[in-house]
Design a protein around this ligand. Structure first.
Ligand code: TYD
Length: 223
């Protein structure tokens, strides 16, 4: 067993930007190269977190106060850090997480207009200020959210799942989310890499692999 701490990689962006596809492609490459990889997501990623996710994303959840929404996001995250992320990092694994605290800063801080300060304070208290080694921020505009909304509508109509509560928000909400994401990228240039999500899947993957090899594998070799 290796004594080296693993690496924590997060994927961020607006709904429908294609981050889940890209996360899976990176995981496939890493596994092929013989690395231990843990894939997870937020909200969710644990049995308790998935219950919280169901409340947060169900479009029938009405009247949830913005601060209560933020608290639930962090409840799911605190559980996930304790149960999944820290144990995997201790075992030297790669942890790939679909969304993390940047999502709270962008959606609740920006979209819901709660501001960054409250989010960052909660992150310190509830998450021990855990920082990803690399964050891939996929840049797309509110039009991609429209596609995500259609996908959720189809699933709901087929009686499959209902995870459309955020996709129902107006374009101005997602403009604020994107603006908050861009501010994070500006503040944290050594952690956050912006990738244009409007390219082909292969081109986006290529850019992500380049950033990953430069920023994560190189530093793993040097540590
Ligand atoms: P996700 O399953 O990644 O949706 P998609 O695949 O459509 O991008 O994320 C679920 C939703 O939860 C998404 O609309 C963003 C929102 N969210 C927040 O508002 N705050 C958070 O802290 C997190 C983790 C997610």
């Amino acid at each position: 067993m290796t004594s080296k701490r693993g690496k924590f990689i997060t994927f961020e962006g607006l709904d429908g930007c294609g981050k889940t596809t890209q996360l899976e492609k990176l995981a496939t490459v890493l596994k092929r190269e013989g690395h231990d990889v843990v894939i997870t997501r937020e909200p969710g990623g644990t049995a308790i977190g998935e219950k919280i996710r169901a409340v947060l994303l169900d479009s029938r959840t009405a009247g949830l106060a913005p601060l209560a929404e933020l608290a639930l996001m962090f409840a799911s995250r605190a559980q996930q850090i304790h149960q999944v992320i820290l144990p995997a990092l201790k075992q030297g694994k790669f942890v790939l997480c679909d969304r993390f605290t940047d999502s709270s800063e962008a959606y609740q801080g920006g979209g819901r207009q709660l501001g960054s300060k409250a989010v960052l304070q909660l992150h310190k208290v509830l998450c021990g200020d855990l920082q990803p080694d690399l964050t891939i921020l996929m840049i797309s505009d509110a039009a991609t959210v429209h596609r995500a909304r259609k996908r959720e509508d189809r699933k709901r109509d087929a009686g499959k799942s209902d995870e459309g509560r955020f996709e129902m928000e107006a374009a101005e909400f997602f403009d604020r989310v994107l603006k908050a994401y861009l501010a994070i990228a500006k503040r944290k240039p050594s952690r956050v890499v912006k990738v244009n999500a409007g390219q082909s899947i292969a081109a986006v993957h290529h850019e992500i692999m380049k950033a990953f090899r430069k920023r994560v594998l190189a530093s793993a070799r040097n540590s």
